[in-house]
Each structure stands twice: as C-alpha cells, then as structure tokens.
Design a protein around this ligand. Structure first.
Ligand SMILES: [Fe+2]
Length: 354
C-alpha cells in the first residue's frame, strides 16, 4: 500500500486502510473502491491523504506502533471528554487510565516499530486526534528513556489530558481560521494554568499529570509560557510532552496552515529545536519517529521517484525504497528496490507524490 494525497487518487482504486470517524463509526472501509463522491466526502471532512492499494505498491506493509482500532477508541474517548456537557475529571479519569494502559501494552509488545504517522487526520477532529498522538509519542519517548510502567502511566495520562484546559477557552478563539490577535493569544495561553487547576483537584491523579498541563508550552531556553521556566526547572514529563506536542502539530493540517512533511519537522527538531527542547529528550524522541514514512513517495538525487518500503532505524534518512519512475518520469516496467543504507551516492532529496 502507499499513502497519497486525495487530489491524486487514480480512478477506481481501492482503499487500503479503514478510515474511522471520531464518533466511533467507520467513515470508509478498507477495500472500498474510491469513487469521486467518496473523495469529495473526505475533502469535506478535511482529510487530505489516504492509503491505497495498487500494483506499484504491492507488498508494502505499513505498520504502526498502535493498531487503528485502539487509536480510534482513544480518539472517541478524548472527544467525549472534551465536548461533554457535564465534564468531570474524576469520572473520566478511570477511562483515560484504562486507555493509557492499553496503549502502553501495545507499544511494549510491538517492540522496535517506528512511529509512522499512519493515522488519517481530519482538520475538524484535530484536538482529539492530537491528544491521542501526543500521548503515543510521549510514551514512545518515555520507553526510550527507560521509564518503568508506573512512570509511563503517569506520563501517558498527563499527555492525553495536556490540553484539557482548552475546555475553558472560548470556541471562537480556538477555532479562529486566521491569525490570532495579541489578546486572543494571551487568552489561549491560559489553557495551561486552567488545565493545571482542573487536574490538580482530582485526587485520583498524580500531581505530575497536572504539571504536564501546566508546563507543556515551557521551552528549554526559557522562551515558553506561562512561567518562563528554564531547562531542568521544567518538569521532565512536560519536557517530553512539549516535543510530542510540537511534532504532531507541525505534521498536521490546520485551518490556517498546511502541514509540514515528517522530514522537515525532523530537521527542525534536531536543529533549531535543540534550543527549545531538552537535548536528552530530543535524542530519544528522534530515534523512534520515522523521517520518511513507509508507503510515501520520495525523490532521489538521481531524479528517480520511489516509494519507501522499509525504514532503517540506524540510518533514518536512508530507508529501503522501490524505484517506480525513472528520471524522465517514465513508469518503470519492472520497479527495482534499493537499500539506501548500502548506496553511498544515492540519497533522498525530498518527499513527493508518485
Ligand atoms: Fe497546549
């Protein structure tokens, strides 16, 4: 299978992964033939990419650290929690705990699989999907840092609820499609303190979860908010969630801007990001996050176009690829696979549609 933009779906092609709605249902089932009306439905929901199965991508398996059903179950739970009329941290917290335990079990049993951005994101459901992704990314980083299960549980719960304070921010500010005014941004910043206040009142939660809500916008160099804390003064879980939060936000389409590609975000986090984030946490984070996701198209320095077949954990920028178009954009009758970790003179220069 491969991942393509909804604007370049060939006629009559079959969907390779089920797309879930945030209400818990199935939007489009795996195997369905993608007619124009379905594609239009996806566009309306703000879904910009899908996985499809075709001859050039045959045999390419896209695995993720957490299975689609678990991820969807978590998104539904967060949506209920963040849109419920009678929200109560105490009532919801047991459900969040159970969900985090399930995610930790899957992450540990899946072992060394990279976080592959396999979920199909919708602009409308951003907040809920984002909370789940931040939880998964934070847990992967925590596992890499050698945390035991108890610490992972605290980290996961706080990460999943890191933006809970947004419940108290006016919707028109949160959903504003254009740039925020200075006053509006000041209002948004309050979600850190409001979230901290909500979570610290819950006696079934450890205070570390509340510190995540408070500190996930602090920056290692002191340039963050709300308290402008620096380096080790920022609680360690908040330092982890800070990277996960930025990574997922930048790799997601928003109403006011297009998403960046995973390799662009990787470049940012490993370069400028070292001022904003704890370098030890960055080191663990980038080890488990894919640079060129399996199933996506890449442009090589030879001008050939290829699909990523398998990642290489030791050399993340040099995966195994299947070349499907030559330098003149002619489709190859017989695509060939090359392992870029064994080819010093061939490398990826960008991601692209194939
Ligand atoms: Fe936030």
């Amino acid at each position: 299978m491969r991942r393509v933009s909804v604007d370049s779906i060939p006629v009559g092609i079959k969907l390779a992964r089920t797309i879930f709605s945030s209400d818990g249902g199935v939007l489009l089932e795996k195997g369905v033939e993608l007619r124009e009306s379905y594609v239009e439905q996806l566009r309306k929901r703000g879904i910009s990419e899908v996985y499809l199965e075709d001859d050039i991508s045959q045999g390419i398996q896209v695995n993720d650290v957490v299975n689609d059903e678990t991820r969807n179950e978590a998104v539904v739970l967060v949506k209920k929690m963040m849109t419920g009329y009678n929200f109560s941290v105490t009532e919801e917290v047991e459900k969040v705990k159970a969900m985090v335990n399930k995610i930790i079990d899957e992450l540990i049993s899946n072992g060394d699989i990279l976080y592959n951005l396999t979920e199909i994101k919708s602009v409308d459901d951003y907040t809920f999907e984002h909370s789940v992704n931040v939880c998964i990314l934070s847990l992967i980083t925590g596992i890499g840092l050698g945390f035991d299960t108890e610490r992972l549980k605290e980290l996961g719960i706080g990460a999943m609820m890191h933006d809970i304070g947004k419940l108290c921010i006016p919707r028109e500010i949160l959903k504003k499609p254009s740039q925020l005014t200075v006053d509006e941004f000041e209002e948004i910043k309050k979600h850190t303190i409001l979230g901290y206040d909500m979570l610290k009142k819950c006696d079934r939660l450890n205070m570390t979860s509340a510190y995540i809500a408070l500190g996930h916008h602090e920056r290692y160099d002191g340039s963050g908010y709300p308290l402008h804390l620096k380096s080790e003064n920022i609680q360690i879980f908040a330092r982890i969630v800070a990277i996960a939060d930025v990574y997922d936000a930048l790799t997601s389409d928003r109403v006011y801007r297009k998403k960046l590609k995973p390799h662009e975000v990787y470049e940012y986090i490993t370069s400028l990001g070292i001022y904003h984030f704890d370098p030890k946490v960055v080191e663990s984070f980038v080890k488990y996050v894919t640079v060129y996701p399996v199933g996506t198209g890449v442009l090589l320095n030879t001008k050939e176009r290829a699909i990523v077949v398998r990642e290489n954990m030791k050399m993340p920028t040099r995966p195994l690829v299947r070349i499907v178009y030559d330098e003149k954009m002619q489709r190859l009758a017989l695509p060939r696979e090359i392992d870029l970790s064994e080819q010093a003179s061939i490398f990826i220069i960008n991601s692209c549609e194939v």
